[in-house]
Design a protein around this ligand. Structure first.
Ligand SMILES: N[C@@H](CCC[C@H](N)C(=O)O)C(=O)O
Length: 276
């Protein structure tokens, strides 16, 4: 028989935002628990729970909360737009119409406007060394096949414009671009078809995870790249494999809104690798 006092389980939630799915661990009021080994074990869709990213909520010293992001290969992500929207929905459900969030990318803000939750993902990083790129080249015209655009959103993105996103398989070119030496920290890769000045269809290959149904920071980067190329307005609707996001590049950063869902709450057993 197990001793309930020493058999410590780990509570978590499963959420998704437009099909981009997350395990969320709430570590407010205690030390962080996530390690690369726990992220890899939990991220295994057969032996663990499975997720595109793991988000751990921590106490914010200069913000309402702090957030850390992990990919399913155990690597860290500096930004995760859809997980930020999910966590904001969750925490703002405890009360309040505004939330400040400290992330590796900087101080972010979530706000409810006319009932819709928007998150400011911050200003895009447009200098080659901030993205980061390995050498000084024009981020608006990267020296790669397809003349893509490099944009940083706290994590690196390479936006490739294509004629037909439906006919583009991100797994064919994504891994090669993710590991191109031009990106010293690897990169996320977006394949974007501009349908008009206010609408984009985008598919994504995520660094450290692979194909996902949506990528919020990738959607921000794509909206910025399309506007800088003169293809779209500052505000666009974007269709991803898992749903629609709305992006609005304002003075103070790229704001994003879209669907979120709480799937379940559960506990990991103490015997799960990395729990105790
Ligand atoms: N799905 C996320 C982005 C995840 C981070 C990415 N894989 C990275 O390593 O930068 C989003 O919604 O932004």
């Amino acid at each position: 028989m197990r001793d309930a006092a020493t058999h410590k389980t780990l509570a978590f939630l499963k959420m998704h935002g437009a099909g981009n799915d997350f395990v969320i661990i709430d570590s407010r009021g205690r030390d962080a628990v996530t390690t690369p080994a726990l992220a890899r074990a939990l991220g295994d869709r057969h032996r663990g729970v499975g997720f595109d990213q793991l988000a751990e909520i921590r106490d914010g010293t200069d913000a309402d909360i702090a957030l850390d992001f992990w990919n399913s290969d155990g690597s860290r992500a500096g930004a995760c737009g859809n997980a930020t929207r999910c966590v904001a929905e969750l925490v703002m459900g405890e009360g309040g119409d505004r939330l400040t969030i400290r992330t590796a990318r900087g101080l972010l803000e979530a706000r409810r406007e006319d009932g819709t939750l928007w998150v400011n993902m911050g200003p895009p990083q447009l200098n080659w060394d901030a993205i980061p790129l390995a050498r000084e080249v024009d981020p608006l015209h990267l020296p790669l096949d397809g003349d893509p655009v490099g944009v940083g959103m706290g994590n690196p993105h390479c936006v490739v414009f294509v004629a037909d996103a439906e006919a583009t398989d991100p797994a064919l070119r994504g891994p090669e671009v993710e590991h191109d030496p031009l990106f010293p920290e690897r990169t996320n890769v977006e394949f974007a078809e501009v349908r008009g000045p206010g609408e984009i269809r985008m598919r994504v290959w995520e660094r450290g995870t692979g194909i996902t149904l949506a990528c919020g920071s990738g959607a921000c980067a794509t909206a910025v790249a399309a506007h800088l190329r003169g293809l779209t307005d500052r505000r666009v609707r974007m269709e991803l494999d898992g749903g629609w996001l709305e992006l609005d590049w304002r003075e103070d950063g790229v704001w994003m809104s879209g669907p979120t869902a709480l799937v379940f709450r559960a506990e990991l057993d103490a015997d799960f690798p990395g729990v105790s």
